[in-house]
Design a protein around this ligand. Structure first.
Ligand code: SF4
Length: 96
């Protein structure tokens, strides 16, 4: 399914659900004005991953993130490095 197809499915209902990270964006991006310890970051990212698992936008977000290749934050339950690894693995599967 393409990104455009997913967007159509996402917006075709009576109500368009909001992505879960809309309610607390810093959970997925990290704090802007303070430095986060390694432990605090790991804990925040673990919660962000759990939030992603319940997000109605997860399939759309993952497809978008695979194309956009973000450099920070948690997207579709993954860090940018994990997204790259996952995308590469999927591309390898598609070629094989
Ligand atoms: S799956 Fe994507 S849109 Fe949904 S909460 Fe996670 S980062 Fe936000």
């Amino acid at each position: 399914m393409s990104l455009a197809d997913l967007e159509t499915v996402w917006q075709s209902g009576d109500e368009t659900p909001l992505p879960e990270c809309t309610y607390d964006p810093e959970l997925h991006t990290g704090p802007r004005l303070t430095i986060e310890s390694t432990e605090a970051r790991a804990a925040r990212e673990a919660v962000a991953r759990e939030v992603c698992l319940t997000c109605p936008a997860l399939p759309l977000c993952e497809l978008y993130a695979r194309q956009a290749r973000p450099t920070s934050g948690i997207w579709a339950g993954r860090t940018p490095a994990e997204l790259t690894t996952h995308t590469t693995a999927l591309e390898d599967m598609e070629v094989a």
